[in-house]
Design a protein around this ligand. Structure first.
Ligand SMILES: NC(=O)c1ccc[n+]([C@@H]2O[C@H](COP(=O)([O-])OP(=O)(O)OC[C@H]3O[C@@H](n4cnc5c(N)ncnc54)[C@H](O)[C@@H]3O)[C@@H](O)[C@H]2O)c1
Length: 323
């Protein structure tokens, strides 16, 4: 009806019930990296406000014309939320019609964020890991740490994954739950060093109150480091000892580096430029590569659209009237 606007509301449970495969999410995220690398997107650096120490809430708008994906994520990361039994990352993703601007979908964004962040690491693995990389380390075993393993398992032939969390119960719970979800040899370690020292790929997914602890000497030749928390978990000497620094978006990274007060060397490339074929990724098996994917809004609108289309096909969600 003319003048009427309705949007589909999807809860986390609705999205879980859709059974979207990680393979589909990785494909969508790879496309969004390519569009970003070809500079065919609109995506201003995400602004944030901070109502509590160590907490953020970010606005993440994006438009990808090639895929007609438009929208904005409004996402929080609050360490204190855990005290209330809530996840660290929460929020909403809104999708808008590129012709009229009308919102057509509003969804819970924690699950989408975890899936697309896992997928971003999987894309990085495809372009930046050394050949036959088989040993994985995951440090920080919360929500992201779970989805990182699910995503890496799609693209990496994992011989073993060594896992460490500073909280012993979190580590035990992770090993139990993830052993039921993925067919991978999961080895809990007593320290972060023990997990990292023989790893070909190191993923850190620690909460944002983490202090730098990763030493230069723990990182072996040919390593690929994938920090989810920007430059917070690595000591300066470790970051500055890398052969290649790659980020997902340099202007956005610079904005957030200002907040942490810690430095990152000028990057060799943005990951999208490598995915788009503008620059080579890994050039030999000895290079140490550090690739920080701090999170792109273009991933959210593309993965969000994928979720929406599945939901419509399956008749999932509640329709709400805007006007
Ligand atoms: N790059 C992105 O796109 C993106 C997206 C989502 C979240 N993140 C970041 O990922 C990180 C993890 O988020 P989450 O949702 O999984 O949080 P979470 O609270 O579910 O898990 C964080 C885990 O890290 C552990 N931890 C903290 N300090 C540690 C240390 N020094 N050594 C080992 N473990 C440690 C905590 O005990 C906890 O289990 C956060 O920094 C978040 O901001 C990044």
């Amino acid at each position: 009806m003319k003048g009427k606007v309705e949007f589909l509301y999807l809860s986390r449970q609705d999205i879980e019930n859709l059974g979207i495969s990680m393979k589909e999410v990785i494909e969508a995220v790879e496309k969004s990296f390519r569009e970003h690398g070809l500079k065919r997107v609109q995506m201003p650096p995400k602004p944030g406000v901070h109502s509590r120490p160590n907490a953020f809430i970010h606005a993440m708008p994006a438009y990808v014309p090639q895929l007609e994906a438009l929208g904005m994520k409004w996402v929080s990361g609050y360490p204190q939320a855990r005290k209330y039994g809530l996840p660290y990352i929460m929020g909403l993703l809104i999708l808008n019609d590129p012709e009229t601007g009308a919102p057509y979908c509003v969804m819970e964004c924690g699950l989408e964020t975890a899936m697309r962040t896992g997928a971003a690491s999987a894309v990085a693995f495809k372009y930046l890991a050394k050949e036959n990389a088989e040993n994985l380390a995951i440090i920080g075993l919360g929500e992201q740490g779970r989805w990182q393993l699910i995503a890496l398992n799609e693209v990496m032939d994992i011989k073993q994954v060594k896992v460490y969390d500073i909280v012993k119960e979190a580590q035990d719970k992770y090993v139990k739950e993830m052993s039921e979800k993925v067919d991978v040899n999961i080895i809990p370690t007593e320290s972060a060093k023990e997990a990292i020292i023989d790893a070909d790929v190191v993923i850190t997914a620690c909460s944002e109150d983490v202090k730098p602890f990763i030493e230069k000497d723990w990182l072996k030749e040919g390593v690929l480091c994938l920090p989810l928390e920007l430059n917070l978990a690595y000591k300066d000497e470790a970051i500055f000892s890398m052969d290649k620094i790659i980020v997902d978006d340099w202007p956005q990274t610079l904005e957030h580096v200002k907040l942490t007060g810690r430095k990152i060397p000028e990057p060799y490339a943005e990951l999208g430029e490598i995915v788009a074929g503008k620059k080579p990724g890994r050039e030999d098996d000895k290079e140490k590569i550090w690739d920080s994917n701090y999170g792109l809004a273009v991933h959210d609108v593309i993965v969000g659209k994928l979720i929406y289309e599945k939901a419509v096909k399956k008749g999932v969600g509640i329709k709400l009237v805007l006007m």
